[in-house]
Design a protein around this ligand. Structure first.
Ligand code: ADP
Ligand code: ZN
Ligand code: ZN
Length: 670
């Protein structure tokens, strides 16, 4: 009996998003199974394809079916579990199977020369404890719970919830050692490789040549080399950013996602997958254990604990019971009314002088997240918000204030509607300005600045960090890139400038982001022997993101935030689908968004659907952007809406020249 293969053609148009049947010639039968890459004739060309499934019945007249011509020698085979994952991804993120396969299977490319990733020399000054430590009681308890579930085959995801400095990494390493001692492999996702450089070195020190590390700066070919090593069993632990979740290990036993709340786990390109969701699916398929780690868990994962879907492992205290840093909240409105117009409060400038005098180190974090032209009052802190939604209004070029959620707009103001002050406007401070100010004020202080501009060059990030670690500077100023993961024992002061700025981001997750940033920043101070201090400067000292972060009280924050999300039917209490429309002709964009809106409305009248609106950033690189948002408790309903639109894109003229993206449960404003 002849064997037929259903094959997906490796060309991108959506019209090809179906399988084509080919005959498997007898001489290739041994080589072909689901996941095999093959060459097939397609029109006048010979193209690559991937076998999805095999059968013995032809779907069309047998004589019309063409044959597979070749199985390329270096053909990559998609692991069975990644094949299943691709099929799931296609539905879950409403992408084509081809896009899903390309995401799961890195394209094989020849590398010019193999470059191993080694820690740069400068970074060696950062002290790394390579030896095994004795675990604390809390660590032991967390590990034991994991081990007994793991050995009993219980596969509920874990949340390792531990304050900053509580020793999560040590627990991860012990979990990994157990899983690999059974001949299985482990995947460890960390937000951005360079950000957790010290963590990386600890993994290297303990697991040595069993570890491979990938990061976003590797070429596709290099990444594919590492994946090949993983496939062949030459390494058993893969550490990397979100794409490491696709490591083709033969028998994945454990997937760890450190700092699971990080937005970088969400892909910005199609399919816009979330590594947390993909990891969960992959763990389900392979039977691997799944561990989320965080000091400030996402509402999604914490809600999972509450519903009994995730098992909580908790590390409530710092290692050696070292105290958390003392926090002080400074109300910048009061500073202004006292006549202090500078960017440092009296409290912070006194503390800085004190730190410098004691020859200790300070960090200053300028929170710039979500900075998109919102309007706030410097006298009373009032932020102009939409009367219909809990989001701030944004100043547009038409000189009017707009809401990005409901389309409401109103006139801009020249004085504060609450207190009448004329000090109202959009607020855009920069790290450079802070640096210049400090250099003038503290002439003898040695200052480093770390932001997008100073870290462009290769290794500049590590160089800055190691210079600071070696004590070559007294003050490190930076954006969010300085707040995560670093362990500088001599830092006793953390100053947070404009702590509430990120509250004005254009999305419903802005309070969560703010809480996370302040908590992480606070966690950098007082990690060594000396007591730490944190000064939080804010115009909104009463907002719950600020008060709960200052109290370092995650549970209190989570309670407030969950109530807000539940009330508004935001994730994790409902799902959201953001349809993004992008095109270079404004006059064609609105009809496309309106057509999509009507199509969905017609097919599912009861679905909560918002009218087309301009995106938060309504034009980038001469491309206009619009959005339509839907919300529902049933994700399937949203998937249906998305696939309805993706089918319409192929046939309806109104969508020609327009790019449409589907973003489920978005983590960034649009
Ligand atoms: P987290 O990731 O939770 O912020 P880390 O894993 O970075 O915490 O641990 C903080 C510090 O405590 C590190 O320097 C680490 O080497 C150290 N450490 C971890 N576990 C122990 C232990 N059981 N005994 C002593 N020191 C430990
Ligand atoms: Zn005011
Ligand atoms: Zn609104």
């Amino acid at each position: 009996m002849p064997t037929f293969a259903d094959i997906i053609i490796d060309l991108n148009p959506k019209s090809l998003d179906k399988t084509f049947q080919y005959l498997v010639p007898d001489e290739l039968i041994e080589l072909v199974s689901p996941g095999t890459q093959v060459m097939v004739p397609f029109g006048q060309r010979s193209v690559k394809g991937i076998v999805v499934s095999l059968s013995d019945s032809p779907k069309i007249e047998e004589e019309k079916i063409k044959s597979i011509t070749e199985v390329p020698k270096r053909a990559k085979k998609i692991m069975g579990d990644l094949m299943i994952l691709s099929a799931w991804m296609k539905e879950y993120y409403a992408c084509t199977l081809n896009q899903a396969l390309r995401t799961c299977l890195p394209v094989k490319e020849k590398t010019k020369r193999r470059k191993e990733i080694e820690p740069p020399k400068e970074a060696e000054a950062i002290e790394v404890k390579g030896e095994e430590t004795i675990l604390t009681d809390a660590q032991k308890k967390a590990l034991d719970t994991f081990l007994s579930d793991y050995d009993a085959g219980i596969r509920k995801p874990f949340l390792l919830y531990g304050v900053t400095g509580s020793g999560k990494t040590e627990v991860y390493i012990k979990m990994i050692e157990h899983v690999i001692s059974e001949g299985k492999q482990a995947i460890v996702l960390i937000p951005e490789i360079s950000l957790t450089y010290q963590t990386l070195r600890r993994f290297y020190a303990r697991l040595q040549d069993k570890v491979a590390v990938i990061h976003s700066k590797l070429s596709k070919g290099q990444r594919s080399d590492y994946f090949e090593k993983a496939e062949k069993g030459e390494v058993s632990v893969m550490i990397g950013p979100r794409s490491a979740v696709f490591t083709p290990f033969p028998d994945t036993g454990l997937i760890i996602i450190d700092e699971e709340q990080e937005t970088s786990y969400k892909s910005e390109i199609v399919p816009k997958y979330h590594a947390r969701e993909v990891a969960q699916k992959r763990a389900e398929i392979t039977g691997a254990a799944l561990v989320f780690g965080s000091a400030t868990p996402s509402l999604e994962v914490y809600e999972g604990v509450r519903r009994g879907k995730n098992t909580l492992l908790s590390l409530p205290n710092r290692v050696n019971d070292r105290a958390m840093a003392r926090t002080v909240v400074v109300d910048m409105r009061a500073e202004l009314s006292r006549g202090n117009m500078s960017m440092l409060s009296k409290e912070l400038s006194d503390a800085l002088s004190d730190t410098l005098q004691k020859k200790e180190q300070a960090m200053l974090f300028l929170n710039r997240r979500g900075l998109m032209g919102f309007i706030s009052c410097r006298s009373c802190g009032h932020v102009i918000k939409c009367p219909h939604c809990d989001v701030s209004l944004t100043l547009h070029k038409d000189k009017r204030l707009h809401c990005h959620y409901c389309g409401h707009s109103e006139d801009n103001v020249d004085k504060c509607p609450k207190c009448g002050s004329k000090y109202i406007g959009s607020f855009k401070p920069g790290t450079e300005k802070v640096e210049a100010f400090l250099r003038k004020k503290y002439e003898n202080a040695r200052i480093l600045r770390m932001d997008h501009d100073t870290t462009r060059e290769k290794d500049s990030y590590e160089k800055l960090l190691s210079a600071f670690a070696k004590g070559e500077a007294d003050i490190l100023i930076g954006t969010q890139m300085i707040v995560k993961g670093h362990d500088f024992p001599n830092v006793t002061l953390m100053g947070i400038l404009a702590a509430d700025l990120s509250l004005n981001a254009l999305d419903f997750r802005s309070a969560e982001r703010t809480f996370d940033l302040i908590t992480q920043a606070a966690g950098r101070s007082g990690r060594g022997e000396k007591e730490g201090k944190v000064i939080i400067q804010t115009y909104r000292p009463d907002s719950y993101a600020v008060t709960t972060a200052a109290a370092q009280d995650y549970e209190a924050f989570e309670k407030e935030e969950a109530a807000f999300r539940r009330l508004m039917s935001y994730p994790p209490f409902a799902h959201m689908l953001l349809l993004q429309f992008i095109g270079n002709k404004r006059e064609k964009l609105l009809p496309a968004a309106e057509a999509a809106y009507s199509l969905i409305k017609e097919s599912d009248p009861g679905l909560f659907l918002m009218q087309p609106r301009d995106a938060g950033i309504s034009k980038i690189d001469d491309e206009y952007r619009m959005a339509v948002t839907a919300k529902d408790g049933d994700r399937l309903r949203l998937e249906k809406a998305a696939s309805l639109i993706s089918a319409a894109i192929l046939t309806e003229k109104v969508f020609s020249g327009i790019t449409v993206f589907f973003d489920f449960d978005p983590v960034r404003g649009f």
